[in-house]
Design a protein around this ligand. Structure first.
Ligand code: SAM
Length: 253
């Protein structure tokens, strides 16, 4: 049985698509996707030797060597253009993830890919920013908690450029937030906190941001003890960030 996190990712994958799971580790996700009949075949990409061997073993033990190809390499370099309809990347930081996507994009590895399912552990704003910049429509997002960790999963599609532009303009329209003080920050708030998550905030969403506020509060308190000018500037930035998050949470309640 998959973890709740991986199951959520699996449920976003369009049935019948050819999947490439990048940074697959033990290849649990592609093995599940094939075994459950959701997808006909998959590629698991791994950079590091340990996880690569683990993925190979998992594919062999599951008797899936013909349907699941395990390849060793950096990011999307393991793919040939046109080989995959869906790319999944999960369990790494958003900054690394957007770097992998950008490199893959520049090398043409995303040509023909129609769907992305992405689960950054932190730094979700980098991933949303990349999706927006490269013309992917952010169709859905979800947030979940498992074993005291909170995860976000993003689901994006490639359509015709004009259509993506129009749909994303709607998604990223911050007017629903009714911000008064931090109106000018609307767009960056949506990128950071998630335009869909903000529109239908669940309890775990509030929990995440209360937790982030606590964390920022602790950093600010620590910085207050320093008399370096640099710390003062950084502190102001964090205080401002806290004020923005607080106003957003108030708007939602
Ligand atoms: N995707 C799995 C999941 O969500 O359960 C595994 C997540 S694991 C924490 C991250 C994996 O990404 C590691 O196995 C690591 O070796 C791999 N990885 C890190 N950087 C990578 C890169 N540039 N290309 C491919 N794999 C990478």
């Amino acid at each position: 049985k998959l973890s709740k996190r991986l199951q959520t990712i699996a449920d976003f994958v369009s049935p019948g698509s050819r999947v490439a799971d990048i940074g697959s580790d033990h290849a649990l996700l592609p093995v599940y996707l094939i075994q459950s009949g959701r997808v006909p075949s998959a590629i698991a990409g791994e950079l590091n030797p340990g996880p690569f061997e683990a993925a190979r073993k998992q594919a062999a033990d599951a008797g899936l060597t013909s349907k699941l190809q395990v390849r060793r390499g950096d990011g999307l370099s393991v793919l040939q253009p046109g080989e995959a309809d869906t790319v999944t990347i999960a369990g790494m930081g958003g900054s690394l993830m957007s770097g992998i996507l950008e490199e893959g994009f520049l090398a043409g590895k995303l040509d023909g890919v129609k769907e992305l399912v992405l689960q950054p552990n932190v730094g979700e704003e980098f991933v949303r920013g990349w999706l927006f910049k490269r013309g992917w429509f952010l169709a859905e997002e979800t947030i979940l908690e498992e074993d005291d960790k909170i995860y976000e999963v993003l689901h994006a599609f490639k359509y015709d450029e004009a259509e993506v532009k129009e749909r994303n303009a709607e998604v990223y329209d911050p007017s629903f937030l009714m911000l008064s003080v931090h109106q000018d920050k609307g767009a960056s708030i949506l990128e950071k906190m998630g335009p869909h998550l903000l529109r239908a905030p669940k309890e775990v969403f509030f929990k995440k941001w209360r937790f982030e506020l606590d964390k920022l509060g602790r950093i600010v308190a620590q910085m207050s003890q320093s008399d370096l000018e640099q710390a003062e500037q950084k502190k102001q930035q964090f205080v401002e960030e806290m004020n923005v998050i607080e106003e957003v949470l108030q708007c939602l309640q």
